[in-house]
Structure formats: structure tokens, C-alpha cells
Design a protein around this ligand. Structure first.
Ligand code: 5AD
Ligand code: FES
Length: 356
């Protein structure tokens, strides 16, 4: 297939499946090269760093693939208190980060107001953008957090296949998940969705569906990583996803959505010591070093073999910077807001001025 500048943002399911499955090396290299070219043209050489704080591994959900699922009685649980989260965030800002990602299991222990106060406190002490990745709450909570100063929300759709979604998430539907994503977007968040690759029963047609769904949702960010079977879950003895298929999905998303922010995910980092650098050559432009205090890291065990459990915040920071430079790229100095989001915001402000 010839990837052609004008048409390839409109690839259809059959074309996407064919590129995901292609065994023609030159075709796959053309896919990679095109994605890299689109990425460089849109963002230049900059890769954006996001400091992630995994502040609680307690979760009320029971997702079949995830080590934090509530049925996993073997996992030691922890919660950082909000003072410690704040101090961790301020320290990360001191290391130069312009975005702090607050991530946890779905943990109602932290009230909506606790999270809002934490966001305000971080914003008052550090010049950073804040990304939330706290799972599902109600619209009132999402609204209070954006009013408190949150900028972005990550909530992967996990899989676009509704039957597979329902099997993996007991008692939940894909439609409900998409409602949350639409609510977040309507409230003004930069929204990140994303999926795992290599889920049991998932086909390349499903992955094409993931790509087209993210395009339809017009997401600002997309986390794409391999599914890694976790022996402490019911999916422990399944296959898992390959580096190759993840890289192809990243490249296709970059081509379909030139302006989307795509991290080289931590899960991808388990697929080889240079897997994240490789992702930059396939269209990724974000990386999320872990700044969680070391004593908690082994307990945030989504899947086995998670990287960085022995490195502290400063070590992960210098490691990641070195990796970005080794990949021939530069470290982005700004907040790294989604360009599409900034443009739409400028348009909204302009429209407002016209009205006034
Ligand atoms: N393998 C890979 N990724 C996983 N996640 C959860 N469990 C696994 C696993 N076993 C991902 C989900 C979730 C994100 C925080 O981690 O996609 O959204
Ligand atoms: Fe954590 Fe390399 S990113 S040690």
C-alpha cells in the first residue's frame, strides 16, 4: 500500500488491518518512516516529559487483566496521603517537570474535595499542568477538578470491541466508558484514551476499531501499550501483546491523527531495553518517568516486569532524558499541551471576544 500524504488520515478498516498484518518489510518500514515524518513535521524533535505519581494502588474495580483488581488479595495495598502527594509533585516540579500526572486505582477513599484541594495546592506551589488518571467518577467530580485547575484526563477505553470490553470489565459496558470520555471532553479537559494490544481474543480488526474510535472521539492523547499477562489475575496464562504490533498501532495513529500526543508507555518499556526509544521512531512524542517514592513502586503492580521499580525520581529523570537524546530527539521545555486543544481554545476565546 502506498501511504500518501493527502489521503492517509482517512485510512479505512481494511487498509489499517492490512498494515497491521503486513509481512512485507518495505511496506512496514514505509509505515514507520511516514509516521516519524508526520511526527517531526508536527512537533519538531521535541519529546515531552510527564512526571507520573502513582499515589494509591487500591481499586474498587475488578478488571480481569489488572494486578490492582480488587479480587487480587495477594497484593499489599498502599495510599499516599495528600501531603505526601503534594510534596512529591513539588519535588518533581523542582526537577524541571511541566506536567504532573496523578494516577491511582479507582479509590473512593480520596473524596472529590480531597482531590480538588490537592490540585489547588499543587497549582499554588508549582508551575505545572496537571493530568488526572483516577478512573471513573461522576460529572460533578470531573467539573470540580477542572475548576480546581486540572488540565487533562487519561482514561483508556482499553478495547473498542464491546463484547471483549464487557468480558474484561465485569458489570461495565464500553458505552459507559465512552460516556465518561465524552463528558470529560465536554467539560474542557484534554482527553486521553487508548488501548492494550494483544488482549485474549482481540483481533487486528479490533485494533483498527481502536484507532478509528480514537479518531472519532477526537482525543488529544492516546496511551497504547502491550497487554502483559499478570499471574495474579485470571488472564495470567494468556499470550500478551508484541512490540511489533504496538509500534504499528502507534505509527498508524500518528498518521491518522497527526497532532495527538502519544507516549512511549511504561508497559512498552518491558518489551526490550530500547523499546521506548524505538517508539519515538514510530511516532511517539511523550514519555512518562515515574516519580513515585521508591517504597511504593513494587506495589503498583499492574503487570509483572514493570520497569523502574529500583530507580528513584532523579534517576528516572536522567535516564529518560538520556534516552530521548540517544534517540536523536530533544526534551520539550513547555507544558506540551495538545496543539489541537490550544488552537480550539484560541478559537473559543476569539469567539468570546466577538460576542462581547
Ligand atoms: N498489561 C498491560 N497494561 C495493563 N494495564 C492494566 N493492566 C495491564 C496489564 N496486565 C493498563 C490499562 C490501564 C493502565 C493504567 O494500565 O490499560 O488503563
Ligand atoms: Fe526509570 Fe529509566 S525511566 S530508570
Amino acid at each position: 500500500m502506498n501511504l500518501n500524504q493527502e489521503q492517509d488520515t482517512n485510512l479505512d478498516v481494511a487498509e489499517i488491518v492490512s498494515l497491521l498484518e503486513s509481512s512485507d518489510e518495505s511496506e512496514v518500514e514505509a509505515l514507520r518512516a511516514r509516521a516519524e515524518q508526520v511526527c517531526l513535521k508536527t512537533f519538531g524533535r521535541d519529546v515531552y516529559l510527564r512526571a507520573i505519581i502513582e499515589f494509591s494502588n487500591c481499586c474498587r474495580q475488578d478488571c480481569l487483566y489488572c494486578g490492582l483488581r480488587r479480587s487480587n488479595a495477594g497484593l499489599k495495598r498502599y495510599r499516599m496521603n495528600t501531603d505526601e502527594i503534594l510534596e512529591t509533585a513539588v519535588r518533581a516540579a523542582g526537577l524541571g517537570y511541566k506536567t504532573i500526572v496523578l494516577q491511582s486505582g479507582e479509590d473512593p477513599y480520596y473524596s472529590d474535595a480531597d482531590i480538588a484541594r490537592l490540585i489547588e495546592a499543587i497549582k499554588s506551589r508549582a508551575d505545572v499542568a496537571i493530568t488526572l488518571s483516577l478512573g471513573e467518577r461522576d460529572a460533578a467530580a470531573y467539573r470540580s477538578w477542572i475548576e480546581a485547575g486540572a488540565n487533562r484526563y487519561l482514561m483508556r477505553h482499553e478495547t473498542s470491541n464491546p463484547e471483549l470490553y464487557a468480558r474484561l470489565h465485569p458489570g461495565h459496558t464500553l458505552e459507559q466508558r465512552l460516556d465518561h470520555l465524552r463528558t470529560l471532553k465536554a467539560l474542557g479537559y484534554q482527553v486521553g484514551a487508548g488501548n492494550m494490544v494483544g488482549l485474549p481474543g482481540q483481533t487486528t480488526k479490533d485494533i483498527a476499531g481502536d484507532l478509528l474510535l480514537m479518531k472519532e472521539l477526537d482525543v488529544d492523547m492516546a496511551g497504547i501499550g502491550p497487554f502483559i499477562p499478570n499471574p495474579s489475575t485470571p488472564l495470567g496464562d494468556t499470550e500478551g501483546g508484541t512490540l511489533d504490533l504496538v509500534l504499528r498501532e502507534i505509527a498508524l495513529l500518528r498518521i491518522l491523527m497527526p497532532e495527538v500526543m502519544i507516549p512511549a508507555t511504561t508497559a512498552l518499556g518491558t518489551k526490550g531495553s530500547n523499546a521506548r526509544e524505538e517508539a519515538f521512531r514510530w511516532g511517539a512524542n511523550v514519555i512518562m518517568p515515574n516519580v513515585t517514592p521508591m517504597r511504593y513502586r513494587p506495589m503498583y503492580a499492574l503487570y509483572p516486569g514493570k520497569i523502574c521499580t529500583d530507580q528513584d525520581a532523579a534517576q528516572c529523570t536522567s535516564c529518560v532524558k538520556a534516552r530521548v537524546l540517544a534517540a536523536g530527539r530533544t526534551v520539550g521545555m513547555g507544558y506540551g499541551h495538545s496543539p489541537k486543544f490550544l488552537r480550539n481554545k484560541a478559537q473559543r476565546v476569539q469567539a468570546q471576544e466577538v460576542i462581547q
